[in-house]
Design a protein. Sequence first.
Length: 303
Amino acid sequence: MRETVKDLLVVDSGDLLFKKFIVPVSGDEVRTATEKAQFIIEAFNLMGYGALGIGDDDLSLGKNFLIEISRKANFPFLSGNLFDEESGRLLFQPYLVKEVNGLRVGIFSLLSPDFFDPADPRTKGLIIKPPSEVAESMVKELRPKTDLIILLSHLGYPKDVELAQALPGIQIIVGSHSGISLANPPVIKNTVILQTPSKGMYVGRLDLSLINNASSFYNMTTKQLIEKNLSDIKDRLATANAPETEKARWRMSKEGFEKQLHEFQGKNEFSNTLLPLTEQMRDHPDVGKRAEALKPGVSETAK
């Protein structure tokens, strides 16, 4: 995609490094899990990722491992509400301001404490502060510095919706954890909520035209559908044999579609595409070689 699209911002909202956490990683599996996590970071470096939000499964080998592997990444790990229990400091930087195609884009990340049991070993030495409180302070901090604010959310889809309803100022929520498919993302108040299916089987591409960062958004797919309906209605009105009562209904529909299109004027527009990652997609040669080198060790552990 980078070969055809300039000024591409690539981000991830977490659960990147390990498979779904069910029980603590056993001693026999630690080496393989570590190698796979390192390979994923190497691959993301080659793909030119801009930022990574922390998910609950990224903590499967604990905070020290996550800190160590973050140093091998060419992109920042972000978390606004994940704190070290001993020092009281943030585990990673809370946000990033990045210029993309002339826009100042603020990116921050939140992790839900609801995904951990009280005795969950992944949270050892960590404090996870309430996401809603941190989100409010992040927006207040970023608003004067940016044209667009993106939240890399590891809160789950229902909480994404709640946050969009309660807190203005976040234009885009790139959600995760729920693993649902949002081919036509909802716009809650002035926030577009994105999410792709889980297990890395799809990549989501958002094309955004920002006219006014204070304006609301509309989906280009919706506009195109309304334009098609309007064209169909005009064709019907041009038929000479239609009864006048039928034409009157069509004229009302025509006025309704024209009103909807008028309401889009001056608003920001976006289109969203979910692309399946198939075997037909060309791998980076270095990624392919590294994956082949890992296969024997993974197969041996599986046995």
